[in-house]
Design a protein around this ligand. Structure first.
Ligand code: PXG
Length: 465
């Protein structure tokens, strides 16, 4: 066959894509009818598609391209590593320089005594590792009954059978036999949608105390761990009330359960610190990372565990691992990414300059008639759309307003994702103030157009109680 190129006509690219390529989280027939948007190249915060449009990427790919696109240093690191040692494994008592360096670097960056790293190629794999790791940990500690992992509805921890079960996405659980046994979900700290009857502070405490209730129901001697994202990302950038994390931390300590903090989105500067565990003063026993670890330039993830957890696991042979655990090219690229993040002071600049500016600009959207709640921490934010700001009412047809708004953003050359009727952003951390202005201006224009369309189509209707 003749391979197509980024310069091939869009129709040809779309037709070949529709003929052979199955897409994640996509309705196949709908996409085939419409044709995929084909992204051909990218630089900084800007994508180019096969029609030559320049699109501002308000999502950093999928929450991952933290240093922005087009950094040749990462390509050079991959090139050098491929020539020196393109692959070797880390099984059977072998190691290699990129993996041992990256493990040490992560131990240096991660807070507290999170000093030991088990590599994977994605966040899903890393959370699968965590699932087996915490159960193995308790077996080694002589408490094999401790098997249950508590998670939350509307959490996202990945798409494999294990990590998808840890996640709390009901649409995912409905397909393919999830969740697996031994996983218990509690309610999320989403004040806007679920907590309007009380203050955010009281609600945060209440939702944290749901962890204690669940532990007591299950039996503390049976609970292995609690897993959570500091801020739920794929769930719609749900920022918990300030009272939530201190109470979770207290409860986890009280019952001696392991705390798995999933920093796949929040890590590597997204919240204005290296890790959101620092932003929220959380002390994880295990931290999941991926995405920003390599800024998405290579698939890599990891579980970072404390001295204590590593010490217990070291008592046995942990029968777990992936061909690409600690892939040398992925590790070399991640190291170069971390060097750039550190040496260019990108995380500090986010915290001190660009995140405060983005917050001010993004929060200005609160006056828009479609926007109920605006939430933003660092470089991740969301807008809750509503047909009635006063009552925080959901739409009669959930998800439609979000979809329409997302389509208007696309048409205005801005990538913003929708999660139901929440619009979310997570731009590259290198976004400039000018680009932030462009992002917010285009978002406002898209909201205006979405509102006009919703009105014209009679969709500004409140859901029945
Ligand atoms: N944990 C969290 C918190 C995530 O956000 C994963 C684990 C899984 O990582 P991998 O690398 O296996 O995908 C994620 C991934 C979306 C979207 O549409 C979000 C993710 C992945 C794909 C789509 O918001 N997050």
């Amino acid at each position: 066959m003749t391979l197509l190129t980024p310069n091939s006509p869009t129709e040809d690219l779309q037709a070949l894509d529709a003929a052979h390529h199955l897409h994640p989280f996509t309705h196949g027939d709908e996409l085939a009818a419409k044709g995929a948007r084909i992204v051909t190249r990218a630089e900084g915060c800007w994508l180019t598609d096969s029609d030559g449009n320049r699109i501002l990427d308000g999502m950093a790919g999928l929450w991952c391209v933290n240093i922005g696109y087009g950094r040749s240093e990462l390509a050079d690191a991959a090139h050098r590593q491929m020539l020196e040692l393109p692959y070797y494994n880390t099984f059977f008592q072998t190691s290699h320089v990129p993996a041992l360096n990256l493990a040490a670097k992560l131990a240096e960056l991660a807070p507290g005594d999170l000093n030991h790293v088990f590599f994977a190629s994605s966040g899903s794999e890393a959370n699968d590792t965590n699932l087996r790791l915490v159960r193995t940990y308790w077996e080694e500690k002589g408490e094999p009954e401790r098997q249950v992992i508590i998670s939350r509805w509307n959490a996202y921890h990945g798409s494999s059978v294990g990590s998808g079960s840890l996640g709390g996405m009901k649409g995912m659980h409905a397909q393919g036999g999830m969740p697996i046994p031994g996983i218990h979900h509690i309610d999320q700290p989403n004040w806007w949608s679920e907590g309007g009857y009380t203050t955010p502070e009281a609600f945060g405490l209440e939702r944290a105390q749901a962890l204690e209730t669940a532990i007591l129901e299950i039996g503390p001697e049976k609970v292995a761990a609690f897993i959570a994202e500091p801020i739920q990302g794929a769930g719609g950038v749900i920022v918990p009330p300030e009272t939530y994390w201190p109470e979770i931390q207290r409860i986890a300590k009280k019952y001696g359960i392991l705390l798995i903090v999933d920093e796949v989105i929040c890590g590597f500067g997204r919240t204005g610190n290296w890790f959101a565990s620092q932003t929220y003063d959380i002390q994880p026993d295990i931290m999941t990372v991926a995405k920003g670890l390599s800024s998405g330039y290579q698939p890599i993830g990891a579980s970072i565990v404390t001295d204590e957890v590593a010490g217990v696991i070291a008592n046995t042979e942990f029968n777990h691992g992936y061909t690409y655990s600690g892939h040398p090219v992925a590790c070399a690229v991640a190291l170069e990414n971390l060097r750039i993040l550190e040496e260019e002071g990108i995380v500090d600049r986010v915290r001190d300059e660009t995140a405060p500016y983005l917050k001010e600009r993004f929060e200005s959207l609160a006056d828009h008639p479609l926007v109920g709640e605006v939430k933003i921490v660092g470089m991740m934010g969301s807008l809750a759309l509503t047909p009635d700001k006063a009552t925080r009412a959901p739409f009669a047809e959930p998800g439609t307003a979000g979809l329409i708004c997302r389509e208007r953003c696309f048409a205005n050359n801005l990538i913003m994702r929708h999660v139901g009727d929440r619009m979310v952003i997570s731009p590259p951390l290198v976004i400039s103030k000018d680009e932030i202005d462009t992002l917010v201006d285009r978002a406002r224009k898209s909201l205006d157009e979405a509102l006009a369309q919703l009105k014209a189509e009679g969709l500004m209707r409140v859901a029945a109680e």
